[in-house]
Design a protein around this ligand. Structure first.
Ligand code: BES
Ligand code: ZN
Length: 611
């Protein structure tokens, strides 16, 4: 078995089966104190030592089956953290179980956690805490075997100040006054479905919830509950569509939590409770594909899991494929094709950002000595999708290929898989089409950087109008600008505006005169749809339109979704005249930013850590 390059834990020796967490959330000191009891199944004879992943934490004591155990902390690795080596009081044999209990305290800088002050929340009265464990940050929230190759169930009890509410990636299992402190409440949770550590999740804040379907509710600070309930009203319909495509939803509840603006991702598929950025609240449900995406992870990712982060495309490629299948059922095939074409543009954008020779643009990269946060891009999503779509075309169309995806999920549910296992199953499922499969250039698709060897053909009916208008702008001389008018985009959906701007962003140069005119006619400056605004401001800064610089920096710092924040800071940074301004704004916001976002933006702008 290939080892996990991102974890110190050895899944060949032993595996975690269940976690029992007892946590005390301390907002004064920005630490979580408590214990984790891990039920470990032993896989080898004469088993006497095990290694857990930790990062930036204090380990107070360790016991095994209730007896004190010796432990040592190894040397700290830049992104893997510090191995916790535990010596058991006595040897165990294959098949035996041991309960290892670790008392610990997290660090205020733990990369999995962001502690927000009351001023950083919508309500301004109470502090807020949220976690983001994917890919390799769970180890900074609890000692664990932090590898997606290992799955466990969990129970948790979390003590928080009584004004606040706790939620986790699990089913809610009651609450009580903390017997140790009547100013606090203990919330209980249970997750009966085995899942990898990166899906552990915790949020504590002044939260409210509203039911929006038989098994779904939205959660957020009360200021956002109504908007969230409206924006995500299609959730149950999407869940049913997904079930129709790939089989029953096994996680019971499907809730959505809308986080404060610094949440670093669009969405995160935490079981029972998807985490979502408030930048999805467009008002018109036009960004709900992110919810279709997170729903899809309930099968691809959360049931069938990538064995290591090198096989991340298995999670994201299949999830984008399912997300677009849901889109196809709800909006039609032309819509799916349009979104697929947009995805191809995103892939081109990522390949050009990383460089077409960069090994991180491989579908299956090597992550030996690579921080998964730095490897993150659209490549696993869109090269993965393009491969699946290409196979769909070769093997007989969407219905036929969905048969494969459904069987893949059934076969590998509750386990973790590698690309080889996926490919072996593909060849056995399509055994009468092996000649077709043998014509695929697998090495080019999987292990070669840059764009894929084949560009799939996508129907362009929804994209044509966007392309035509973008070409008119690209070819226009300054004296032609009078030929444009407000009505050019009157019939465009927000999806088409996004596509139109993406096309302009692919141009090397686009003159400032043009973006100014565009502002005059289309007034994108007042557009609050985050996907449109992001592309628009990026285009303006790239065109060196100085008036847009403060708007771009405002968007980069007022929300922290990395997909927006990193390119916006980078774009202003590359505008020589405003480079210092970009750094200044970043440094001014750094202390209130999410730890992972601020680390990556520092690297993007070459700001040293101690500046
Ligand atoms: N699981 C990812 C987010 C993630 C990936 C967090 C890797 C940390 C490390 C989530 O499902 C995702 O892909 N979100 C996208 C949604 C989009 C592709 C529809 C996002 O955040 O934009
Ligand atoms: Zn995803």
């Amino acid at each position: 078995m290939s080892a996990d390059p991102t974890s110190f834990a050895s899944a060949a020796k032993c595996v975690s089966k269940h976690l029992n967490l007892n946590l005390h959330v301390d907002f004064e000191n920005h630490v979580i104190r408590g214990s984790v009891e891990i039920t470990v199944e032993v896989l080898e004879d004469r088993f006497s030592t095990l290694t857990l992943d930790t990062r930036d934490m204090k380990v107070v004591s360790v016991s095994a089956n209730g007896q004190a155990a010796c432990f040592t902390m190894g040397p700290k690795h830049a992104f893997k953290g510090t191995p916790l080596d535990i010596t058991l009081p006595s040897d165990l044999s294959r098949g035996q179980h041991v309960i290892v209990s670790v008392a610990y305290e997290t660090s205020p800088g733990a990369p999995a956690l962001q502690w927000l002050s009351p001023e950083q929340t919508a309500g301004k009265k109470h502090p807020y805490l949220f976690s983001q464990c994917q890919a390799h940050h769970c180890r900074s929230m609890m000692p664990c075997q932090d590898s997606p190759s290992i799955k466990h169930t969990y129970h948790a009890q979390v003590s928080v100040p009584k004004e606040l509410v706790a939620a986790m990636s699990a089913l809610r299992d009651g609450q009580e006054v903390d017997p140790q402190d009547s100013h606090r409440t203990i919330y209980r949770f249970r997750q009966p479905v085995p899942m990898p550590s990166y899906l552990m999740a915790l949020v504590v804040g002044c939260l409210e919830s509203r039911k929006i379907g038989p098994r779904t509710a939205v959660w957020s600070e009360k200021e956002f509950v109504d908007r969230a309930a409206h924006e995500f009203s299609e959730t149950e319909k999407m869940l049913q569509t997904a079930e129709d495509l790939v089989g029953p939803y096994v996680w019971g509840q499907y809730d959505i939590l809308v986080l404060p603006p610094s949440f670093p991702y669009g969405g995160m598929e935490n079981p029972c409770l998807t985490f979502a950025t408030p930048t999805l609240l467009a008002g018109d449900k036009s960004l709900s594909n992110v919810i279709a995406h997170e729903i899809s992870h309930s099968w691809t990712g959360n049931l069938v899991t990538n064995k290591t982060w090198e096989h991340f495309w298995l999670n994201e490629g299949h999830t984008v494929y399912l997300e677009r299948m849901i889109g196809r059922r709800l909006e039609g095939e032309a819509f799916r094709q349009f979104k697929a074409l947009g995805g191809w543009k995103d892939l081109q954008d990522s390949v050009s950002t990383f460089g077409a020779e960069n090994p991180l643009t491989n579908l299956v990269p090597t992550l030996q000595d690579v921080d998964p946060d730095e490897a993150f891009s659209s490549v696993p999503y869109e090269k993965g999708f393009a491969l699946l779509y290409h196979l769909e075309e070769l093997l007989g169309g969407p219905e036929v290929f969905m048969g494969f995806v459904k069987s893949y999920i059934q076969l590998f549910a509750y386990s973790s898989v590698t690309t080889d296992q996926w490919k072996d199953f593909l060849f056995s499922y399509f055994q009468d089409k092996v000649d077709v499969l043998n014509k695929v250039d697998w090495n080019a698709w999987m292990f070669t950087p840059g764009m894929p060897p084949v560009k799939p053909k996508y129907d362009t009916s929804l994209a044509d109008a966007c392309l035509a208008l973008s070409l008119r702008w690209i070819r226009a001389k300054e004296e032609d600008l009078g030929s444009f008018s407000e009505s050019d985009i009157k019939m465009f959906s927000s999806h088409q505006l996004i596509h139109f701007l993406s096309l302009l962003l692919q141009e090397e140069v686009f003159p400032a005169s043009h973006v100014k005119k565009m502002q005059e006619l289309y007034d994108f400056n007042s557009c609050m749809n985050s996907e449109i605004r992001f592309r628009w401001l990026r285009l303006c800064v790239r065109s060196r339109w100085e008036e847009a610089v403060p708007l771009a920096l405002k968007m980069a710092s007022e929300q922290g979704r990395m997909k927006f924040t990193r390119p916006l800071f980078r774009e202003v940074f590359n505008f020589a005249k405003y480079r210092e301004e970009a750094v200044r704004v970043f440094l001014a916001h750094r202390v209130t930013m999410h730890p992972v976002t601020s680390g990556l933006v520092s690297k993007d702008m070459k700001v040293s850590v101690d500046q």
